[in-house]
Design a protein around this ligand. Sequence first.
Ligand code: NDP
Ligand code: HSE
Length: 430
Amino acid sequence: MGIKLGILGLGTVGTGTVQLLQDHVGRHPLLQLVEIYRVGVKSIDKPRGVTLPKEVMTTDLEAIVNDPEVDIIVELIGGLEPARELILKAIQNGKHVVTANKAVISRFGTEIFTTANQNRVYVMLEASVGGGIPVIQPLKQSLSVNRIHTVTGIVNGTTNYILTRMQTEGSSFESVLADAQRLGYAEADPTADVDGADAADKISILASLAFGGRINREEVNCEGIRQVSKTDITYADKLGFVIKLLAIAEKISSSFLSVRVHPTLVPKAHPLANINGVYNAILVEGDPLGQVMFFGPGAGAGATASAVSSDILNLIARLQYQQADDAPIDPLLGCSHQDYCQIAPISQLTTRFYARFLTKDQPGVIGKLGTCFGEYGVSLESVVQTGFQDELAEIVVVTHDVKEGDVKQALEEIRTFEAIDSIPSLLRVL
Ligand code: NDP
Ligand code: HSE
């Protein structure tokens, strides 16, 4: 029996997936059962990197999800609508779905998985996090016997590529972003990468799997890399750190999680410090496992096609060796979360901070900074006057572990000091 795919989208990931499926020699033999039955796109006349029969291509995506011949819908158009609507329609029509769309899953997961369970179909999302890295199935299956306490990841290829090249070549942010777009790493709207939203979508998905509950995406604290300057990269380097956009989900008490995305100073000896370019890595810590790190290419056509095709393979196996139509959803493949995890506000986070100040070059400024931080209970690890920018002195402060709310309050007051010109950076330290 052939398995008929309806693929929505033939861009970077769609093209990579079709290329992989058309060239199945040496891959899992079940892939030979795949028939690329329909492919939906926006512009039918666009030149494509793959050859498909003319009758396979269409701009009518609704017709694909409503076609009774189609077994599996592979959603690779991205964005929220019409992706959400098409996924829901496919599910209601009894089709399994494979998607790489973290934006739609992190925001509409509840609606999508509830509908999937009601219709006894699976929504597979391996490609939604970490590009080619298998991390979704491991979290659902092999690692789920552990009590996970922290998931820390570099989960956005575009920003890691930008930060790496800013660090190693001193390149400008804009020129490197253009390269990431050309290489097919960036989202259609790259602000989702640069401002951290893509990483926040991904950590919402990982947190949900690791901590066994739904995550309200709106509650995920999200900061991107626009504020990271070459100056901070250089200071971080001198202090023994590299700057990475980290996505972190951690259990901070018996009831609360902290789920957040922000540029972070990572000690050079930490395993995530050496993840460069478009590579992603996800460090999972749990009990009794200890630490395990997943590493691999986090974006790009071939890597993501591997993840998409692995989900297709899983579904082919189920369709081929299917149990009765009324069999319940397999809890290791489907989603059975009912409740929302409680997420603590970022003000309650306890972490170390790096702050850079531009001040008038006057005696006593460092003393005043130290006194003010002290009044808010913020203990300092180091304070250094590092040099001058024009006429202004540059002072870099690194704190001990302190409450974020206390640091922010201290900075509010420091901003009002006559000697303070500006506070160009405030970054967290891992
Ligand atoms: P692209 O922009 O390269 O491709 C999108 C495809 O969808 C295009 O073929 C486009 O048609 C089609 N499309 C978009 N909107 C519509 C619509 N309304 N109706 C019909 N067709 C439509 O995106 P990517 O391949 O890069 O990304 C696809 C998904 O994969 C996204 O969810 C993304 O987040 C995710 N992803 C991407 C990765 C990457 O490295 N690029 C990695 C992991 C996940 P046309 O070609 O005619 O314009
Ligand atoms: N734009 C995403 C990234 C694609 O750069 O990581 C992979 O999800």
